[in-house]
Design a protein around this ligand. Structure first.
Ligand SMILES: [Mg+2]
Length: 339
């Protein structure tokens, strides 16, 4: 049966303004793709991040230009499909991810199996963290209250008032904290001071403390740090991992960086080879993107799959999240449907 492809831009609003060291937004646009074969309907999401690429208009223009070629992508051969997708759309990692997800969803639906089962993953996975973005100090108590159901918090730092942020959070809660600096510390000395201080505040690990192009500095910090250092902006694609040995303890895999589930699986394999602990994260994605990453969630030591719970008006239903406990369903494919 012949395939038909459609897409739409969905605007989603966040519960709070989402601010990190380099940007701040209270709404996002995402491109949702739908692929039909007459019997099944498959989904994919592109949630472009401004650090890595342009916006949704660019993605739609790319799709307009190459729709016919997309419809010729193989459904049963993920490896060759991924290569073709990367050659067709080298400038958009999130579109690569959307397309790869779309075809995996259709593939699994035709087999009438959930994707996690096809991937050899388990339904059960570790508790996901809940992200507290950067904000005015006065907003912190409300955010901590909103985060009440979640036992693990991921804190965004990289401001000139980091100490005040942690102090304000610690005044409210003694939960497990993980810290993401988003490349915010620029020198080894600054990073060492920050790390020493965060250890006293009982932080579990540190994500991307310094700019991605300061790998030697990060290696020095890692030697010094008793808590794990996890790459995010440094661990974009599968081919990045080899170069991170010695500089990081763990890597954060995100579909919107790596280009989809096919590459995410490759990164899982390479992490096992190079001895990295695996974290899986997300952008502010709807339940389409979050459910896709969750299919591989059981391979992760740490999960940060909270994008859909940070959105106030997620248009989709998929993987559940009850207090950070991700709940996969047994429906075929991604197990996603419109809300
Ligand atoms: Mg990060």
């Amino acid at each position: 049966m012949s395939l038909s492809l459609s897409w739409s831009i969905k605007r989603v609003n966040t519960k709070f303004e989402f601010k990190i060291a380099r940007s701040a937004f209270s709404h996002y646009e995402r491109v949702i793709l739908e692929l039909r074969d007459g019997e099944h309907l498959a989904y994919g999401e592109a949630a472009p991040n401004i650090r890595y690429e342009g916006g949704c208009e660019e993605i739609v223009a790319m799709l307009d230009a190459k729709k016919d070629q997309v419809l010729e992508l193989p459904i049963d051969d993920a490896e060759s499909r991924q290569k073709t997708i990367e050659n067709m759309f080298p400038d958009s990692f999130s579109l690569q991810a959307a397309l790869d997800t779309l075809f995996w969803d259709l593939y699994a639906k035709r087999l009438d199996k959930p994707l996690w089962q096809i991937f050899g993953a388990k339904k059960d996975m570790v508790i996901s963290s809940y992200t507290i973005g950067i904000s005015d100090l006065s907003a912190i108590p409300a955010k901590i209250e909103e985060a009440a159901p979640f036992p693990i918090l991921k804190i965004k730092l990289g401001t000139d008032y980091d100490h005040d942020i942690i102090r304000a959070i610690r005044a409210e809660t003694d939960k497990v904290l993980r810290v993401d600096v988003n490349e915010g510390w620029k020198s080894v000395d600054e990073a060492k001071r920050g790390t020493e201080w965060l250890i006293e505040e009982n932080v579990e690990f540190l994500e991307q403390p310094m700019p991605a192009d300061q790998l030697d500095d990060i290696a020095k910090l890692r030697e010094f740090s008793p808590i794990p250092i996890v790459a995010d902006e440094n661990s974009v694609r599968p081919e990045d991992l080899k170069g991170l040995v010695g500089a990081y303890d763990g890597i954060n895999i995100k579909l919107m960086k790596c280009g989809g589930l096919t590459n995410a699986r490759k990164m899982v394999e390479l992490s096992q080879k190079y001895g990295f602990d695996i974290m899986m994260g997300c952008m502010l994605e709807t339940s389409v993107g979050i459910s896709a990453m969750a299919q591989l969630g059981s391979f992760a030591r740490w999960l940060d799959l909270d994008g859909n719970v940070l959105i106030a008006d997620d248009p989709y239903l998929g993987v559940g999240n009850v207090g950070g406990k991700m709940i996969l369903n047994d429906k075929p494919g991604l197990g996603v449907q419109p809300r």
